[in-house]
Design a protein around this ligand. Structure first.
Ligand code: SF4
Length: 64
């Protein structure tokens, strides 16, 4: 089943860690919040690593 990488905006504190670690996957948007730009720009292991590193645990996979 395909999954979409998402960020829970209600939890994200815009620390930029995910953007610094995987700038091809995450970006800071015009509202100064992190967003997923391209989930296919990196491998699963790298994405799982930043999911574990996010201080708020707000990067998630959602079934689509
Ligand atoms: S690492 Fe987590 S809290 Fe920090 S900007 Fe990314 S999603 Fe938001």
């Amino acid at each position: 089943m395909p999954r979409t990488l998402t960020i829970d905006q209600s939890l994200c504190i815009s620390c930029s860690l995910c953007v610094d670690m995987l700038p091809d996957v995450f970006q800071i948007n015009e509202r100064n919040s992190a967003q997923v730009y391209n989930q296919r720009a990196s491998g699963y292991a790298e994405i799982e690593s930043i999911r574990a590193a996010c201080p708020l645990g707000c990067i998630r996979w959602e079934d689509v």
